[in-house]
Design a protein around this ligand. Sequence first.
Ligand SMILES: [Cu+2]
Length: 141
Amino acid sequence: MKLIRVIFVFCLLTVSSLEALADEQIASDNPKKITMVMHEYRFEPAQIALKAGEEVELTLINDGKVMHEFITEVLQTLSVAVVVHGIVTETLGVAELEIPPGAQAVLRFTPESPGEFLIACRARSPKDHFKEGMAARLLIR
Ligand SMILES: [Cu+2]
């Protein structure tokens, strides 16, 4: 199946406070909230675990100084709600998210099939992020 390549670029969404996000994670459990922070050149945490059939809200924060990407095959065939400035865009299949420094993206989706998947940043400026080790694991049980 040929996938439509969807690329989102998030502009000027400032990160107010990481602590506020941590509080949010405790406050609500539905959907399950997970935050992943992007640095040069790593994802934090380096592994996230999800449950098949359980909705998740994934917040991606670029805490670095260069553009980072979030690429995983899991999102390429799922219906994903992308929330930017409170506006929700439903899309089928997200191939790649580009997140500028200081910006964040919020994704809501429900993983379908168990497995172990790669999360990668394929950005190449100022060097090859993936070769520098910018990868993480996505476990779906
Ligand atoms: Cu990167």
